[in-house]
Design a protein around this ligand. Structure first.
Ligand code: GDP
Ligand code: MN
Length: 387
């Protein structure tokens, strides 16, 4: 789960990481009021969406006066913001964050994330902040320094000093930076954050170090014990179908193709997408209905797939190990009867009671083609999607 910048800055402040003073606005008039209240000549108006890269597309504006703040907010609110990190549709801007401007002298990059290879939290820093860190990593990896935190010992001040001196901070700035990194590490361990990113962390003309941007990502599996974080969820920034799927315990990820896939088991789902692609098709989604799936889950999964107008054909690939193929067939038939069917379905049922399952599909009188060979089934669904 992600937070908005303004929410992440609230969390930062709670953990002693300095952030610029500001206020939230959901209307242009409110943006004007916040600008007035801040009392500075200039303010920064920032579109709140779950994506970075806003600066390059007009989602971050430095303006003079309350009138201009209102105008800037008007230009952002109610619109979809498309950045390098969103899809082509973009994300809705329902609020803007209005903050005091900063006298930026340097833009740095810092982050903390769970590194699966070392099974530790790593802290990363670079003097090349304010830009696309993926690009820095690709072209000038020597500009990024990483330290690994030993989970038993926890964060140590010397690790932050190492990163601070690597970025050529002065001694006083390194002291400020060390407090910031202690806060960053605490957010990871206490809030179950899977990533904390500050890009840019700035050094001001006054010699202060603080977070100008804030990105926080949380481990969904830990949200049950992070009530205050979970309450900050903004569904408007998330994929509707993925949220609906989560309610039924289905693993669903929206993709860009036109073949709806319904598969049991994440590994089989990956293999299914591979074989669809191998034969020239494009999956519309990744969907794992789970190993021990039920007819009800199959129905919900089917509804989810057919709700996407882009889907031109459906590929069902179920291995009956724990679950029986005839039960799956019943689920498919029930689902089709419930939601209707306007597009071809290719069903590959393998495993326990597969003959019975295939017979049920064949005798249902519905436009479902059972094919038991995986390659044949994949070729058939790709052809159906292009017909
Ligand atoms: P992002 O583009 O979505 O990552 O948004 P950021 O919050 O990182 O802002 C993008 C850029 O806007 C920063 O890298 C800064 O260069 C600039 N910016 C943001 N706030 C200020 C500010 O208070 N003063 C000035 N001069 N520039 C700012
Ligand atoms: Mn940023």
């Amino acid at each position: 789960m992600n937070l908005h910048e303004y929410q992440a800055k609230e969390v930062f402040a709670r953990y002693g990481i300095p952030v610029p003073q500001g206020g939230l606005a959901t209307s242009p008039e409110q943006a004007r009021a916040v600008a007035k209240q801040l009392g500075t000549e200039k303010v920064v108006v920032k579109a709140q969406v779950h994506a970075g890269g806003r600066g390059k597309v007009g989602g971050v504006k430095l303006v003079s006066g309350a009138d201009a703040a209102e105008e800037a907010a008007k230009g952002m609110l109610g619109k979809m913001l498309v950045t390098k990190q969103t899809d082509a549709k973009g994300l809705p801007v329902n609020s803007v964050w209005v903050e005091k401007p900063s006298n930026i002298v340097r833009e740095l990059y810092v982050s903390a994330l769970v590194d699966r290879t070392s099974e530790c939290v790593i802290l990363m820093a670079s003097a090349a902040g304010g830009m696309d860190i993926e690009e820095v990593a690709e072209h000038t990896p020597e500009k990024i320094k990483t330290v690994t935190v030993n989970p038993a010992a926890g964060f140590q001040a010397y690790q932050a000093r190492e990163l601070g001196f690597f970025m050529d901070l002065t001694k006083d700035q390194v002291d400020q930076f060390t407090k910031i990194m202690a806060g960053v590490y605490k957010i990871v361990t206490e809030c179950d954050a899977s990533m904390v990113e500050i890009n840019p962390l700035i050094v001001t003309a006054e010699g202060n170090v603080f977070a100008l941007d804030a990105k926080l990502n949380f481990d969904d599996n830990a949200l049950f014990r992070q009530k205050s974080i979970a309450e900050m969820r903004d569904g408007s920034q998330e994929d509707e179908r993925e949220r609906a799927a989560a309610k039924f315990d289905l693993n669903y990820v929206t993709l860009e193709g036109d073949i709806g896939c319904m598969v049991n088991g994440a590994g089989l789902a990956m293999a299914t997408m591979d074989i669809v692609k191998l034969h020239g098709g494009q999956p519309a989604n990744f969907l794992d209905v789970g190993g021990g799936t039920t007819a009800e889950k199959v129905t919900e999964a089917f509804k989810l797939i057919t709700a996407s107008p882009e889907v031109k054909a459906i590929f069902i690939n179920i291995f009956g190990g724990i679950v029986r193929c005839d039960l799956i067939a019943e689920g498919i038939i029930a689902a089709v009867k419930q939601v209707g069917l306007k597009i071809p379905v290719i069903a590959r049922l393998q495993g326990t009671n597969m003959e019975k399952g295939q017979a049920l599909l064949r005798e249902s009188g519905l436009a479902i083609t059972p094919i038991s060979d995986l390659t044949e089934a994949a070729k058939a669904v790709v052809a159906a999607s292009k017909a």
